[in-house]
Design a binder for this molecule. Structure first.
Ligand code: ADP
Length: 186
């Protein structure tokens, strides 16, 4: 299988776009696109619980739940990571102010990263699966939120977006190129 990857440097932090499954990457913190009950589900949530084993769900049950736009940390079970950050994105067409809630879900993970002093983190494309957020609208929010964060002082040396399909990867890459060109011209 071809490997698609591109990297961009912002001060001391590298932003990486990767096509693949998030359970295969080696980072301090893997972000899960969870639901507010932290009850597990399909998509990336199912893949993380399958690969990480039952410990993650045990910890999720103890936490009990998470508000939309927020994130909570558990350990990573069998996965090669220190933490799973379970972020709850908005359901498109259901939550008002979805744009703000989506940015807030990413910000909550970036705050957890600073609290736990992690140096690397991997995000999936939150809300763009079952939760129905159009990728074309979600990608600039996801990327801009991360860029705004890593332009400041941060413990993060690497931030990765792991996109599950070629189309998702291509959309994130084009969006990032457009955002950087726009910011360069301003
Ligand atoms: P949500 O409910 O937040 O929409 P989903 O898991 O349904 O979450 O989808 C979010 C994104 O994660 C989608 O783009 C989906 O294709 C992608 N995805 C599914 N499995 C994986 C995986 N193993 N690694 C990375 N991304 C994944």
């Amino acid at each position: 299988m071809d490997i698609f990857m591109s990297t961009y440097k912002f001060l001391g932090t590298t932003l990486v776009l990767l096509r693949g499954s998030i359970v295969d990457v080696h980072v301090d913190a893997i972000v899960n696109a969870a639901n507010s009950a932290l009850a597990g589900g399909g998509g990336v949530d199912g893949a993380i619980h399958r690969a990480g084993g039952p410990l993650i769900m045990e910890e999720c049950r103890k936490v009990g739940g998470c508000l939309t736009g927020r994130a909570v940390a558990t350990s990573a079970g069998r996965l090669d990571a220190k933490y799973i950050f379970h972020a709850v994105g908005p359901i498109y067409g259901h939550h008002r102010d979805a744009e703000h809630l989506l940015a807030s879900a990413y910000e909550a993970c970036l705050e957890l990263a600073e609290q736990h002093q992690v140096t690397s983190i991997a995000f999936p494309s939150i809300s763009t699966g079952v939760y129905g957020y159009p990728l074309k609208e979600a990608a600039p929010i996801a990327l801009q939120t991360v860029i705004d964060h890593i332009k400041k002082s941060t413990s993060l040396q690497q931030v990765m977006f792991v996109l599950f399909s070629n189309d998702d990867y291509a959309m994130y890459e084009q969006t990032l190129v457009d955002l950087l060109a726009e910011q360069h011209n301003n």
